[in-house]
Design a binder for this molecule. Structure first.
Ligand SMILES: *[C@@H]1O[C@H](CO)[C@@H](O)[C@H](O)[C@H]1NC(C)=O
Ligand SMILES: *[C@@H]1O[C@H](CO)[C@@H](O)[C@H](O)[C@H]1NC(C)=O
Ligand SMILES: *[C@@H]1O[C@H](CO)[C@@H](O)[C@H](O)[C@H]1NC(C)=O
Ligand SMILES: *[C@@H]1O[C@H](CO)[C@@H](O)[C@H](O)[C@H]1NC(C)=O
Length: 474
């Protein structure tokens, strides 16, 4: 017994020794370890609301976790990599309609893009000197941030040709429906982005600019109790105790936004920049996660944000299940018949699996009261406005994922709540499908990442206990 403890102790010493000799970590390794142990102790606190029924829903958190880990996550994460779903067509160059450049250099103005390598004088090459902001009173944006937040627009020539076929195919379909606003704006502004090349992760985008975006969303676009003046506190942006005074639909609106916000923050913490490595590498950062969701650092709100993720997940999954008949009739055109068939079979497997949980979300509860028509209009216009706010995001990669996820949630809401009497046939365009399934994939992987953080906690703590034993024994 003593021998075992001794061996564990020696191994732990060797391991922590390795830790100490690794100068690339950038942080004092001891304090990093202490931080991680502290974070591990706080993790349960972040998860304290993750049990029982999901608010406004029928399922409980435990059921969702099982459904996600066993069925939804494996299916959706491979589905999102299929040709049909991995290319998102987006306009990244719309101006922010609500405020002028906020003193921060909008990254598209900072890019090297305008000026190719050959055009640069030899001594600048490779130095990124051309990244210097053109606008004079820009906040300085670090080179690292420019690099991490730039969208990789690489698309193979083959794929580019196939896109032309997609367009021809899409136009020949159901062209009686309204053309969406992005298409009206002119072809040249829209481009395809390969989502697999541009994973949602840490970009370094922080400070005034993102705070302003979220503040506009929570303070000016989320609902608040009628007799309330403007919301003032800057942190947290929305006091969830206000929800008690609001009707179901307005609470749901807030939970969707909050769930999306939580999911984005989980992705940033789960794919955080690992400091000091030679190559840019990303991995989970427990401290960052705990900082973002601990009730001590979020005025008591963090744990409820995590629960709102479950709400947003169930609502999106319900939309995918509800549109099952639509998928069955849909072609999933990629130009390769075999791939089209496989994609459809894959989607239908997902629907089938999700259906095993009978009460994901009951959309008939919403917009059922007397003032439902005006409430629905307000809900719609607030949500649409949020999609315009996404054009104000000052980091290209964050904007890409922001636009995609808001559009995906908009598609889910369209499936769940559009007026079937007025418009009996559901019509979705290709990008609505891409956005819908990708936002579901984001939420599903966020729930998966929560489990990953639990495992990291267990490892960190068992490591700590072994070290404690070894200290007392030796
Ligand atoms: C973009 O992705 C492609 C394919 O993985 C890669 O070859 C290229 O170096 C990337 N470009 C940048 C700027 O990272
Ligand atoms: C849209 O959002 C902006 C920015 O928050 C806000 O100023 C404006 O009042 C909103 N408009 C509507 C119609 O909600
Ligand atoms: C949220 O509102 C409640 C009730 O009005 C209040 O007691 C609480 O202090 C508020 N929390 C924050 C962080 O402002
Ligand atoms: C709907 O309106 C009717 C008649 O105006 C009223 O009796 C009923 O209580 C209202 N229902 C709700 C849920 O507000």
């Amino acid at each position: 017994m003593n021998l075992r403890v001794f061996v564990i102790g020696v191994v732990a010493q060797i391991l922590s020794g390795l830790h100490l000799t690794q100068p690339t970590l950038g942080i004092h390794p001891f304090s990093d370890l202490v931080d991680r142990q502290f974070s591990a102790q706080r993790l349960d606190q972040c998860f304290c609301e993750l049990r029982g029924q999901v608010d406004e829903c029928c399922c409980d958190v435990e059921t969702v976790d099982l459904l996600n880990v066993n069925y939804v996550y494996p299916l959706i994460s491979s589905l999102a990599r299929r040709t049909f779903f991995r290319f998102f067509r987006v306009n990244m160059h719309r101006n922010c309609p609500f405020w002028h450049d906020d003193g921060r250099c909008v990254l598209k103005d900072c890019h090297v893009e305008e000026c190719s390598e050959e055009e640069l004088p030899g001594f600048i090459k490779g130095e990124k000197a051309a990244v210097r902001p053109v606008i004079e009173d820009c906040d300085s944006v670090s080179e690292e941030e420019v690099e991490l937040s730039t969208v990789n627009r690489t698309i193979s020539t083959e794929q580019r040709e196939i896109f032309t076929n997609w367009q021809d195919y899409d136009y020949s379909e159901d062209n009686f429906c309204e053309v969406d606003a992005e298409q009206k704006n002119g072809q040249e502004e829209l481009s395809y982005v390969d989502l697999v090349l541009n994973p949602e992760r840490y970009t370094g985008y922080a400070g005034h600019s993102p705070h302003r975006v979220w503040k506009a969303i929570y303070h000016e676009n989320c609902f608040k109790p009628q007799d309330r003046g403007p919301l003032t506190p800057s942190l947290p942006l929305f006091n969830s105790s206000l929800l008690q005074e609001m009707c179901l639909e307005k609470r749901a609106f807030y939970r969707i936004i909050s769930g999306l916000h939580a999911s984005i923050n989980i992705h940033l913490s789960a794919k955080y920049l690992i400091p000091g490595g030679k190559k840019t590498q990303f991995g989970p950062n427990l401290n960052e996660f705990v900082r973002r969701f601990d009730s001590a650092t979020t005025a008591g709100q963090g744990p409820s944000w995590l629960k709102n993720l479950y709400f947003a997940y169930l609502l999106t999954l319900r939309a995918v299940v509800k549109a099952g008949p639509y998928w069955r009739a849909y072609q999933f055109y990629t130009g390769n018949q075999q791939e089209d068939r496989r994609t459809k079979a894959h989607v239908l497997r997902l629907v089938q699996a999700a259906r095993s949980c009978s009460d994901l979300f009951d959309e008939s509860m919403m917009f059922a009261g007397n003032s439902s028509a005006s409430l629905k209009n307000a809900f719609k216009s607030h949500f649409k406005n949020i999609s315009h706010i996404m054009d104000c995001v000052g980091c290209d990669k964050c904007k890409l994922w922001g636009k995609l996820q808001v559009q995906g949630l908009g598609t889910a809401l369209k499936i769940l709540f559009s007026n079937r009497k007025k418009r009996p046939l559901l019509h979705l365009n290709r990008m609505e499908l891409v956005a819908l399934f990708n936002v579901l994939e984001r939420f599903s992987s966020s729930i998966h990442f929560l489990e990953m953080f639990r495992e990291i906690k267990a490892k960190t703590q068992s490591g700590a206990i072994e070290r404690q034993i070894s200290k007392t024994e030796l």
